[in-house]
Design a protein around this ligand. Sequence first.
Ligand code: FAD
Length: 521
Amino acid sequence: YKRLRLILGDQLNPRHSWYREKDADTLYVIAELHQETGYTRHHVQKICAFFAAMAAFAQALGKAGHEVLHLNLDDTRADATLPELLTRLIAKYGVSCFEYQLPDEYRLRTQLADFASAVPVTTSAWETEHFYLSDQELAHYFQPGKRHQMEAFYRKLRVRFDILMDGAAPQGGQWNFDADNRNKLKAAELDQIPEPLLFANEVGSILERLGRHNVDTMGKPITPLPWPVNRQQAIALLEHFCRHALPQFGRYQDAMTGKLDVSDRARQWTLFHSRLSFALNCKMLDPRQVIRVAIEHYQADPRKERIGVAQIEGFVRQILGWREFVRGLYWANMPDYAQLNALAAQRALPSWFWDAKTRMNCQKQAISQSLEFAYAHHIQRLMITGNFCLLTGIDPDEVDQWYLGIYIDAIEWVELPNTRGMSQFADGGIVGSKAYAASGNYVQKMSDYCSDCTYQVKQVTGADACPLNSLYWRFMQQHERDFATNPRNKMVYANWQKKPLAQREAILARAEQLLDDLESL
Ligand code: FAD
């Protein structure tokens, strides 16, 4: 071979221009790497999904007539790092040219750039051709350390890519329909949750390999694996979502339930969410295709009886808005971003984050579901586990490691701004203008968790009081100097000041007591 091209596990983009021509002199390498299973403790389903998707991609490339070398953990046993593997392969095949696609993660991008500058063959780095904004363009939109508004960015992209526009105006006469998207799921509405499309992918041999190589994982394995691992499955999941869940997507975007019984567990965790994040993040699915297909479904319904403009807009905003936005902020602010700790949070994560053994029903539901399915939807991540860590001042390094490991879709470029930024406010407000802090009241408003909890959501002090209540007030009081200047917090501080001094003291005392023993919650 003359040329070796590396394909990383999250670069499974079959439409990349690399594959337009077949070339017998080019060898494509897809490899299970020990450095990738070991850089954090991953959920076992996450590794299974990546390895199965890589194998399927290698097979599809081979079938399409390309030269492919697919290596598993046994084959790369002796290669402690990616550069070691590449050095070995470049020598073995005598290639004169090494090419790779720009990794989306700082760690890998630096590693490959260092390798490419030292290796004695010609090298070139390509765009992944996946995102709406190319790597080159990001600097036009994002400056380091600066606060950017998602909404302003999103509108620019709507106009630029002409998505859901009527000429210069947004379809439906509004850019944002968030206000229509805040419904709780009432008991009578639970049977509207569609049956999810789950796949049955055999991952027994991957699990065996992980065992053989002593890969340290978290969470429960599921065989067969329900996640999509090839393009056909990813497209089927997209179609299923557009048909069955998109009509209610925005409406119940923030809703949570723990009420469906064991035999109906699947509907409980999938709700109206697309669960496309894994397929998108490993690039089996192109964001343009996802948005195009969703809009086709919306347009196929001219009277908008099934899919309303609020639903399609809500979905498009997640992918065109949030997804591209967090990526831009990640690249503008790395590597410093990974060290930010604006609220000086230093506590350790309670051990029940790894076994869900807590009496707080909201945490128990979100964590047990994450361990079982490697998935929680946005509001569970942000307003249940994220909010708990924010209020209790957990060290953002620990919070990041947990989120980076546990979710099927967790890759640092998207995990870090969401966790350290949006949910922990450790970036001091680069991603979001306000800390997403909430008391038990929010959980009760958006879920049915509180009615099955041993703690009382209406109580603030006393042994049975919902811990989130006093922790919330303590958190707001502790950061008053920073937060009081934000007009959105004015009411909060006015309410706090209205409480009699003795009550305020009792609330703070209860919070301190809880903080002293987070393990026993
Ligand atoms: P849906 O609710 O169906 O949304 C559709 C798509 O929109 C998602 O697939 C995703 O690609 C995109 N999207 C929605 N919200 C966001 C967002 N805030 N940032 C980026 N993309 C978004 N997402 C990840 O992909 N990987 C992560 O590691 C990750 N970590 C998170 C950590 C925290 C603390 C929080 C609050 C959010 C995190 N998110 C992450 C964002 C979001 O929660 C997930 O993308 C979403 O829950 C995935 O499920 P879904 O595909 O069913 O999403």
